[in-house]
Ligand binder design. Structure first.
Ligand code: GLA
Length: 736
């Protein structure tokens, strides 16, 4: 048996269990057992008689680690027939009969692969984070796969990916190359998935998984999440609710084509295989070259969706999202206020309005660039990142200066991956454009994609950002947009066109990496014609994302609700606009549930509306730390109730804010029942007070009310939401 290359003394206590199991595996002849344990859960792998490694347990951690090896005997689900149904990484072409994690053609043309356990090692990264590497190899071919598990103990989160490598006498073609291959047992499995389109992001759908394969995927190349994002949930046994049930949240962290197969097999077990979509992408791997897949991340909760989401939020803020625990800037954006129709004078007014409103930054949107083909609409100019001389004769630098005079910061919109055929860039560099040489061009929003597989294009895209900062060192914010999908995928310079989709994303990350090396913390918004590119790989480079161009607050309640399962509020850029029929208070309250911004004509606001906004921003500044960094509790689901209610509570459980909305306009719809709060300390006394009142109105709630945490958690509180009070914000504070 291979000896574990580990030093138990260097590991945290929790992993001692792993050791005892590894050591006790000596007793089980020829078998190696590897438990992967987080604070509450365990995944346990074990080798079979042929040294193939399978998952023998995935669920709540057992108190006696040695009992994991007794789990399998409790299942009587018939014959396996393949020996690899529970494989940690299912190879194809040998005994497998189901969906594989990996498919290859070896250098000699053979299509078979078998993977056996070689060894594993555990590395301590910090007190909380451990990396487990498991080596597998083909006994016949010089072909290796290393599975990596980055284990975030406290957050119950695992990031999993694989490295594929070979030393065969020629190239190997990878036809499929998953990041992860999970194996779950349960009575039934229920999938929560999302679909969408422009302005319709994050529409949830629930279904019971039936036998066969359900695939969630994207083939769009860029703006990859337009029709379907990579995030999903799987409830085990029964549909998990907010606070009950076992549920797995998963997502591929990747900004290109993804594919997740959920296969309910003939034994009624669930196999989840997730990775880069292999669509049109067989990858030719040279000897000694590492193919490293993106990360598939997941968390399991046995206490419902609420806990799973808070685990992901903590993990994201602590480890993934750029500057996840840092500050964010409130802002005024001019997209909907002006669209392409602005000039220096108009912007000077908007800069003053930024200050008057009380936000910290002015964000200049699309339309500021291009001269030969001015960007006065979405039909021309993309690619020509020089200030338009008619609109901005004194350039961006004069605007940055003027912003400073107004004591606000200045940010700018770019879409550097794109090009309009009507542009000087296109005329100069037709070879930089993604298109099929022998086919007609096909446009998405009148534009094409620049070929980021080409290092020269990478330099150009990096240069767009670097130039802006070189000329304007005080530039404080970037909104990075990506409005088109890839049609006619083809690069004029790439040797192997089958690598195009993969190399595009690699090129994008290379550029973002360079930007972050030079400008580590400048806040950047990840936008893609709305929420067309929201994923945890991109969010390593961005401080926030734009959930949708749909800012109708009623729609946003639902959308932000769904996003909030997977992403923390600090990452969600929410703007107050003129979308929707709701009053300014409702619109502002909804936007306050994340990172607040405005995109309205401040000068046209009625006086009382302006006064309301100014006061709301002050309130927000007092509450933002709780909203961004606190624990989020979903109290009343807009999908199943007349009211939506969301609580943000600080870690000490002493301060919080509850946002409540009426989401049903039918006769007498209201908050008829008290809404139980969550997470409060039952021993503490809390005072509840309504804030964000529109000038001249008073709260129907009688003054300040004090209750015990026990009362509020058990009975709840009625925010008195009704057609006369459609939006109610409550501040909750522990009192002595
Ligand atoms: C996309 C974005 C918008 C805006 C426009 C500008 O649609 O989602 O917020 O920036 O582009 O063209």
């Amino acid at each position: 048996m291979p000896k574990p290359r580990l030093n138990p003394r260097s590991l945290p206590y929790c992993f001692l269990l792993l050791f005892s199991a590894v050591i006790s595996s000596k007793i089980v002849a020829q078998s190696v057992t590897i438990p992967v344990e987080t604070q509450h859960n365990a995944i346990v792998f074990q080798t079979d008689k042929d040294q193939q490694l399978g998952t023998i347990y995935f669920g709540k951690k057992l108190s006696k680690a040695q009992e994991y090896t007794q789990v399998s005997a409790q299942y009587q689900q018939g014959s396996d027939f393949t020996g690899v149904l529970n494989s940690v990484y299912t190879p194809s072409g040998s005994t497998n009969l189901l969906e594989p994690a990996i498919t290859v053609t070896h250098a000699d043309g053979n299509n078979s692969l078998n993977l056996v356990y070689v060894n594993h090692e555990l590395k301590n990264i910090s007190n909380n984070v451990t990396l487990l590497n498991i080596s597998l190899k083909d006994p016949v071919y010089n072909f290796k796969v290393t599975l990596h598990y980055k284990i975030y103990f406290k957050e119950d989160v695992i990031e999993q990916w694989s490295t594929i490598n070979h030393t065969e006498k020629g190239n190997v073609v990878l036809h499929k190359y998953a990041s992860a291959n999970l194996y779950l047992k349960g009575g039934n499995f229920y999938l929560t998935q999302y679909h969408g389109d422009w302005a319709k992001e994050m529409q949830p759908e629930e279904s019971k998984l039936s036998h066969g394969i359900k695939t969630l995927d994207s083939k769009l190349g860029t703006r990859a999440d337009l029709f379907q994002p990579p995030v999903f949930m799987v409830s085990l046994n029964k549909l998990a609710s907010e606070d009950e049930g076992t549920v797995l949240f998963g997502s591929l962290a990747y900004s290109g084509n993804f594919r997740t197969d959920l296969e309910l097999d003939f034994q009624d077990n669930l196999r989840i295989i997730s990775g880069i979509n292999n669509y049109a992408s067989p990858y030719t791997l040279k000897p000694n070259e590492d193919f490293v897949t993106p990360v598939f991340l997941y968390t399991l909760s046995t206490k419902g969706k609420g806990l799973a989401s808070r685990n992901l939020h903590n993990w994201a803020r602590n480890y993934k999202l750029l500057d996840g625990k840092g500050n964010r800037l409130t802002l005024l954006n001019n997209w909907e206020a002006t669209y392409f129709d602005f000039n220096e004078q108009k912007l000077a007014g908007l800069l003053k309005d930024t200050k008057k409103l009380g936000v910290e930054l002015f964000l200049l949107d699309d339309g500021w660039f291009a001269n030969k083909y001015p960007r006065n609409g979405d039909v021309a100019g993309l690619g020509d990142w020089q200030e338009n001389k008619t609109k901005l004769p004194n350039g961006i630098s004069s605007l940055v200066k003027e912003a400073k005079q107004n004591q606000v910061k200045f940010g700018i919109w770019i879409e550097p991956e794109m090009v309009n055929p009507k542009s000087e860039l296109y005329e100069k560099h037709p070879e930089w454009v993604v298109k099929q040489p022998n086919r007609a061009e096909h446009y998405f929003r009148n534009q094409l994609i620049l070929d980021l597989t080409n290092p020269k294009v990478q330099d150009f895209v990096y240069g767009v950002v670097a130039d802006l900062f070189t000329k304007n060192p005080e530039l404080a914010y970037i909104k990075w947009d990506c409005n088109a999908v890839i049609y006619n995928a083809h690069s004029a310079t790439l040797k192997n066109q089958s690598h195009f989709y993969i190399e595009y994303v690699k090129g994008l990350y290379k550029v973002l990496e360079r930007i972050r090396t030079k400008y580590p913390k400048v806040p950047m918004m990840l936008c893609s014609g709305g929420g067309g590119r929201v994923d945890y790989a991109a969010l390593q480079y961005f401080t926030e994302f734009w959930p949708s161009d749909n800012t109708d607050p009623l729609e946003r309640i639902f959308m932000q609700w769904e996003y909030s399962y997977f992403y923390p509020a600090i990452a969600s850029a929410n703007h107050v606009t003129d979308w929707g029929k709701q009053p300014i208070k409702f619109r502002t309250d909804v936007a306050m549930m994340g990172k607040l911004g405005f995109d309205i004509v401040v000068s046209k606001l009625p006086e009382q509306d302006l006064k309301f906004c100014q006061e709301a921003i002050k309130n927000y500044n007092g509450l933002k730390t709780i909203i961004w960094k606190g624990d989020q509790y979903r109290l009343s689901d807009p999908g199943t109730s007349n009211t939506a209610s969301m609580l943000y509570l600080n870690e000490e459980k002493t301060s919080g804010v509850i946002f409540n909305y009426l989401v049903n306009n039918r006769y007498a719809a209201n908050s008829s029942l008290p809404i139980p709060l969550k997470g409060l300390d039952p021993e503490k006394q809390y005072k509840i007070q309504e804030i964000n009142l529109y000038p001249g109105t008073s709260s129907s709630l009688k003054g300040t009310q004090v209750f015990s945490g026990d009362f509020l958690n058990t009975v709840g509180f009625n925010p008195d939401v009704n057609s006369g009070r459609t939006s109610v914000v409550l501040k909750i504070e522990a009192v002595k």
